[in-house]
Design a protein around this ligand. Sequence first.
Ligand SMILES: Cc1cc2nc3c(=O)[nH]c(=O)nc-3n(C[C@H](O)[C@H](O)[C@H](O)COP(=O)(O)OP(=O)(O)OC[C@H]3O[C@@H](n4cnc5c(N)ncnc54)[C@H](O)[C@@H]3O)c2cc1C
Length: 315
Amino acid sequence: MDNTFYDIICDAAGNGAVKRDALLKRYTTFRIGGPADILVSVSSQEALLRVMTEITGRSVPYCIIGRGSNLVFDDAGFRGVVVRICESQGDEALKIVSSDAGSAVIYGFAGCTLSAASTFAMENELSGLEFASGIPGSIGGGVVMNAGAYGGELSQCVIKSTYLKLDGDVPEVGTLEGEEQGFAYRDSAYQRNGLIVTGAYFKLKKGTDRETIASKMRELNGRRREKQPLELPSAGSAFKRPKNDFAGRLIEASGLRGFRIGGAQVSEKHCGFIVNRGGATAEDVRALVKAVRERVFDNTGVVLEPEIKFVKERN
Ligand SMILES: Cc1cc2nc3c(=O)[nH]c(=O)nc-3n(C[C@H](O)[C@H](O)[C@H](O)COP(=O)(O)OP(=O)(O)OC[C@H]3O[C@@H](n4cnc5c(N)ncnc54)[C@H](O)[C@@H]3O)c2cc1C
């Protein structure tokens, strides 16, 4: 990446941070990934639009990330620009946009964390996002993944989402409503349509007091701490839940608790997680995912689908 392009991205990002050769392991919860040629952090839709206009106008390869909590970057890093959509400090980041007798709609900027959105809902005595308070992702990444836990998922409350489309020379903004978002289990239309999520509208219920909502969030987060290996780097559940079963149960039944390749290990605490025991490489994780899938298939006949996303050096 030449100096001119770097300067252009710095100008476009405004006060967003731009780094060269940024080690991606610092920006992912798995703590894996080599250097990105350029990493730019944007915390507003305007900055994102400016940055994407420069990138697409020059056909530079790019990758969009939120909190990097569902990702494995290559050990070689990423040749191009990694655009990180971050928490916005402005008043517009999370706001109530409409309200009636029984419900209200909150808008959240893509870079806000799901935990901040849940807390904002709780503070405004709106229920329906308690399940998301412990998911360590952003609103954008959450919509893309249709993140969910404890019987809830974003599809149940995200009534529409806004996007940037990058087909032409200049990015276009738009909205997908209801079924257009293509939500399914840990899936959405955004995993295939190439659009960048810039924000989401959550329809939440009135009628539950703040303490009841807060206590539900505490209870769910307590269950998380008890069952999940939160003390080690990971990207959450490594595999999607197979029909009528649990990936963790099948992995354990296949004798793989604690099974390790290099620095990557099937968690001893929760077999559905792959954890980084120190120095894990993307290759270790890939090899472990492959070995687990093969062993579980041989043992049970079930094909496990990875939930974590591998990003290649060149997309
Ligand atoms: C300890 C732990 C616990 C977890 N628990 C859960 C859980 O209970 N339930 C659950 O569903 N997940 C869970 N996860 C996984 C993860 O937090 C979710 O998938 C989350 O929604 C990912 O959000 P993110 O911002 O980190 O996305 P990233 O990991 O940054 O990105 C995920 C994917 O979305 C794309 N993307 C990100 N932002 C955008 C955007 N704005 N527009 C277009 N594409 C985008 C990326 O390119 C990538 O393909 C857990 C992870 C960890 C580490």
